[in-house]
Design a protein around this ligand. Structure first.
Ligand code: ZN
Ligand code: ZN
Length: 352
């Protein structure tokens, strides 16, 4: 039987290995994609730690992929072998209530590569419902840059622009400057906002500054909310928790000025799932709290146009590229603080 190399784990929290697994076949409505680049995201770490109930063992993680279609299912109309694609990590069904309303990102019956089925830390990955969910890559967009468009960059774009309704001249606080947070910094700056970036990593804060943040706050110094208020001349108009923790969510909401908007982007899992909210401030300041969950394939056009025009440059968010063999260690290293700013992108077909 033909086989492909993949990162696989047999138990949650145990070291994954790299080994050959069965060659995937496309679902009737899906495709098999040769993975050219795939981002290593905090959600993969959550999955490996056992925080995601969708995952069945053994499991191949990975959901932020860009690649080339090599095989199509019999019911696929829009795609053919050789097409260069990226896929939103939420593959929608197209027929449920939210999908009929256009909200594919909250589909009732979603498939997620690397969660509901085997993912892209492999040379090949099978994807579902291709006609609804694949996005064609512009010819001049390289695969490494494109990898994060399926998850972190698109998620940040929807959080800042659609859900956050950012406006020029506003103060935007970004809590957590990993992949989503740095993407949010870039997108808010491009919209003409002034950004205050918050993190505990000097490397992450330096990267945020490089991307145009007006101010940075090292959260390990404490008193973060007061410092955000000071830096933003009375509180942020828009604040984004890009990390996803009880502490950052609380501080993000508390650092808003009156009528401010909090957007929860970082996943709230495990002990953080039901985090406390300063509801007194929500009432007194008329704050708004919204979640943001990925971005539907049909909404990619505006983001891709901004990239084509050069207003957004996601290639600046790539921290380093690694091979499949280096991926298990990089995944496990997310237990601790990130030492290298920006996104780790795995190249599954490179060897070390
Ligand atoms: Zn992701
Ligand atoms: Zn649906």
């Amino acid at each position: 039987m033909p086989a492909v190399r993949a990162v696989i784990y047999e138990a949650f929290g145990e070291p994954p290995s790299v080994r050959e697994v069965a060659d995937p076949t496309p679902p009737y409505d899906g495709v098999v994609v040769r993975v050219e680049a795939t981002g290593l995201c905090r959600s993969d770490w959550h999955g490996w730690r056992g925080h995601d109930p969708d995952i069945k063992l053994p499991h191949v993680p990975g959901h932020e992929l860009a690649g080339t279609i090599v095989e199509v299912g019999r019911d696929v109309a829009k795609w053919k072998a050789g097409d260069r694609v990226v896929v939103p990590f939420i593959c929608a069904c197209g027929v449920c209530g939210p999908c009929r309303a256009g909200d594919y990102q909250v589909c009732d019956d979603q498939e997620q590569p690397g969660f509901t089925h085997w993912g892209s830390f492999a040379e090949l990955v099978a994807l579902h419902r291709a006609d609804l969910n694949m996005v064609r890559l512009p010819d001049d967009l390289d695969f490494v840059t494109a990898a994060a468009l399926g998850c972190r960059f698109a998620t940040a774009h929807r959080a800042v622009v659609a859900q956050g309704r950012v406006a020029a001249g506003e103060w935007v606080a970004v809590y957590g400057c990993g992949g989503v947070g740095l993407s949010a910094v870039m997108i808010a700056v491009a919209a003409g906002a002034r950004v205050v970036a918050v993190d505990v990593s000097q490397a992450a804060l330096a990267a945020a500054k490089e991307l145009g943040a007006t101010a940075t706050i090292d959260a390990s110094g404490g008193d973060v909310v007061a410092r955000v208020f000071e830096a933003t001349d009375g509180g942020a108009h828009l604040s984004i928790d890009a990390l996803g923790s009880a502490g950052t969510a609380f501080d993000s909401i508390a650092s808003l000025r009156k009528r401010g908007r909090h957007i929860q982007v970082g996943l709230m899992l495990g002990d953080d799932a039901h985090a406390p909210v300063p509801m007194d401030l929500v009432v007194a300041r008329e704050l708004e709290i919204r979640g943001s969950h990925g971005m539907a394939a049909r909404d990619y056009g505006a983001m891709l146009a901004s990239i084509a025009e050069g207003r957004l440059d996601p290639s600046r968010l790539v921290g380093r590229t690694i091979s499949l063999d280096e991926a298990p260690a990089a995944l496990m290293a997310m237990d601790g603080p990130q030492l290298v700013a920006g996104m780790n992108v795995i190249l599954p077909r490179s060897y070390t």
